[in-house]
Write a protein that binds this ligand. Structure first.
Ligand code: AHM
Ligand code: MG
Length: 346
């Protein structure tokens, strides 16, 4: 008996089919299933909102809990991190984990079965939106543990984005969606809350090559570098300017939500270098945010750059390294890169 083509394809079935097609092994398939299960738990916690007592800042007695990034943690940041850590500690597919919320990576202990993969994640991206009921998300990236390394340290995670074997995000919005790539296209799954399973709802997402929509935090305009000022200036000039068309703007301030919109209908997302974040290298994190999103976007036919280099080719120097980010519709990312190249060439 062959499966009815009209039957919805669950994430489990999709991954099994990928395994049978030789595109993924059983360990990576099960690892992704564990991450997806953790995302379901986070989705439930996010969905409860004030009723679950999960809103507001983490920490006690008026003292905020500060993470390695120097940012105040929300209760849901901490909870989401715990859910992902707990779910992945005993699966046997990982050699170690690293999180945006933790100072250092954590190797899987000797007492547990250990696998060959490294998992990196931003447990709850867009935390500033938690308390105002706007979409937030989880972003993750999977790397191979270098051969012969039993107890990986931070240095073993410093691999360029081209080495990622899987990446994805889960967006907790009006519906909960998991968007995933294992290097063979980018596919979207919607959580069917009644049956508790992710169902394939878009196979092979394709970002339109051209766009008339950009996403950037305009309040930082005066702090940007000259090429970014020039690029956005020309977007704002619209039909009468050198770009010859009017642009629309969107900024959710949850990267997951902004990138999801761009994967769905095109656009360019940018968090450029500005004088406030220049000393840190940028605002967004290479390993937890930029690289997984760049992998998903490239697999959907888009492009991702720092403005001066293809994102996936950046050689990381630190686990929590930050980078400027431009990603989305190919032609528009190339346009932004050209402004930087022309500026740098004087
Ligand atoms: P977070 O991981 O602490 O939530 O920070 C990352 C978020 C991104 O989701 C979003 O694109 C950006 O920070 C918003 O920054 P801003 O508030 O400066 O607009
Ligand atoms: Mg984040």
């Amino acid at each position: 008996m062959s499966p009815n083509p009209a039957t919805p394809v669950s994430l489990t079935r999709h991954l099994l089919e990928e395994q049978r097609a030789g595109r993924i092994n059983a360990d990576l398939r099960l690892l992704i299933e564990v991450v997806a299960r953790a995302c379901k738990s986070i989705s439930i916690a996010v969905g409860k909102g004030a009723l679950g007592g999960v809103l507001g800042d983490a920490g006690t007695a008026g003292e905020a809990s500060i993470n390695i990034q120097g940012e105040a943690q929300k209760k849901l940041d901490v909870l989401s991190n715990e859910i992902l850590m707990e779910a992945n500690a005993w699966g046997g597919h990982l050699a170690g984990l690293a999180s945006e919320e933790m100072d250092h990576s954590v190797p899987i202990s000797d007492a547990q079965p250990r696998g060959n993969y490294l998992l990196l994640f931003d447990p709850l991206d867009g935390s500033s939106n938690i308390d105002v009921n706007i979409s937030v998300g989880t972003i993750f990236s999977v790397l191979r543990c270098p051969d012969g390394i039993g107890q990986p340290g931070d240095e073993h995670y410093l691999q360029p984005g081209t080495d990622q074997v899987a990446a994805g995000y889960c967006t907790y919005g009006p519906s909960t969606m998991l968007v995933l790539t294992i290097g063979h296209g980018t596919h979207a799954f919607t959580l069917d809350r009644e049956i508790g399973s992710f169902v394939l709802t878009q196979r092979g997402m394709a970002i339109p090559e051209d766009t008339k929509e950009f996403a950037v935090n305009m309040s930082n305009q005066r702090f940007w570098e000259a090429p970014m000022q020039a690029y956005v200036g020309d977007l704002l000039a619209g039909k009468e300017g050198p770009r010859g068309k009017d642009f629309n703007m969107r900024w959710v301030a949850s990267m997951v939500a902004d990138v999801h919109r761009i994967l769905t209908r095109g656009g360019i997302f940018s968090y450029p270098l500005d004088s406030k974040c220049a000393a840190k290298g940028g605002k967004l994190r290479l390993m937890y945010e930029a690289n997984p999103m760049a992998f998903l976007v490239e697999q959907a036919g888009g492009a991702a750059s720092t403005g001066r280099q293809r994102m996936l080719e950046v050689q990381p120097t630190g686990l929590h390294q930050r980078v400027p980010v431009f990603l989305g519709s190919r032609t528009e990312v190339e346009a932004a890169v050209k402004y930087h190249a022309e500026h740098d060439a004087g």
